[in-house]
Ligand binder design. Structure first.
Ligand SMILES: C[S@@+](CC[C@H](N)C(=O)[O-])C[C@H]1O[C@@H](n2cnc3c(N)ncnc32)[C@H](O)[C@@H]1O
Length: 317
């Protein structure tokens, strides 16, 4: 990893930057999309590779992150176009720019360390910030709205589905019990409600609120909704021989990426026996990563936060 890809501790170190550049085969004159610009770490290394003549379209739904990226990427002038948008609007953005097709698309999913560690953003059970968790702060609802208003069964469903939390019903029950007394507005308040349930159950290797906070974050930002369809749509904007690369940070996300890529590669995605399978078998792409790539030991030593990253890539044929 080159030195300029490092950021200070509360910022974000791009994950598997070399692998991403190699998979995307970034070349001078190419047109690339970084659909999750964040602080611009990956964008910066892509831009360095695609000069002269290349162009990068960058998207992020987090205005603060995008503003930081804008400063960092300024030396590249008109070669970079940044958009404060949900990446699900990528087709609209590319159509408006009259750009089609592109050489490659990168998605580095989830939250950045910058977001997670920004105390006032309310993503972390370790902070006493307002329970917010919105990536896009112009969004109407936040985590406190879900926690204080959702029916108990719905809350339990979210915690179970997006947090894979076995004690989802007990946690939802405790939340509803507490919110009858007073609204739950702060991260530390919610973390301590959850911790009380686990205390009687003995030692845990991770903080007991980890899975519930992940679930709420995914729900607030609707991170998994429509992701599979979006990957299919985004892929249609890539030219033959071009590639998409996606970094996922938890198994739910990675499963969606794997399934979307299999579908696009014309593989079966159902559980039916072969003679009953009705999966469409039209092959639009070639899977480049039969198994997801993971960070090397050297990278993990420098950036332990990369440990759960899974990188998959598909080439348009
Ligand atoms: C893991 S970070 C990306 C870090 C970036 N690759 C870097 O090197 O700095 C993920 C980023 O994606 C953004 N994001 C997540 N979901 C998004 C969506 N649906 N639309 C646009 N941006 C999204 C988040 O706001 C966050 O900044």
């Amino acid at each position: 990893m080159t030195e300029h890809l490092r950021a200070s501790d509360d910022e974000h170190i791009p994950v598997m930057p070399i692998e991403v550049l190699d998979l995307l085969q970034c070349k001078p004159g190419g047109i690339y999309v970084d659909a999750t610009v964040g602080l611009g770490g990956h964008s910066l290394s892509i831009l360095e590779r695609i000069q002269p003549g290349g162009m990068l379209v960058g998207i992020d739904r987090d205005k603060e992150s995008l503003e930081k990226a804008q400063v960092r990427l300024k030396p590249f002038g008109d070669s970079v176009r940044l958009f404060h948008e949900n990446f699900k609007n990528l087709p609209l953005i590319l159509n408006n720019l009259a750009i089609k097709p592109v050489d490659g698309i990168l998605l580095d999913l989830g939250v950045s360390s910058y977001q997670l560690l920004s105390q006032e953003r309310g993503f972390s059970f370790q902070s006493d910030a307002l329970l917010d968790m919105r990536m896009d702060r112009t969004q109407q609802w936040n985590a406190a709205d879900l926690v204080n208003n959702l029916p108990e069964t719905e809350l339990a469903g979210i915690i179970y589905r997006y947090g894979e939390e076995r004690l989802s019903r007990r946690i939802a029950g405790a939340i509803v019990h507490e919110r009858r007394k007073a609204p739950i507005t702060r991260c530390a308040q919610l973390a301590s409600i959850i911790a009380r349930i686990f205390k009687v159950r003995g030692h845990q290797s991770i903080h007991p609120a980890t899975r519930t906070f992940q679930a709420l974050r995914i729900a607030v930002n609707e991170e998994l909704e429509g992701l599979e369809d979006f990957l299919g749509e985004a892929f249609s904007f890539i030219k033959p021989g071009g590639r998409i690369a996606v970094i996922a940070f938890h198994s739910l996300e990675d499963r969606i990426v794997k399934r979307a890529f299999r579908k696009l590669a014309g593989r079966c995605v159902c559980d039916a026996p072969p003679d009953l399978c009705r999966c469409p078998r039209q092959s639009l792409g070639r899977i480049l990563t039969p198994r997801p790539m993971t960070p090397k030991t050297e990278e993990l030593a420098a950036n332990p936060r990369a440990r759960s990253a899974r990188l998959r890539s598909l080439e348009r044929i």
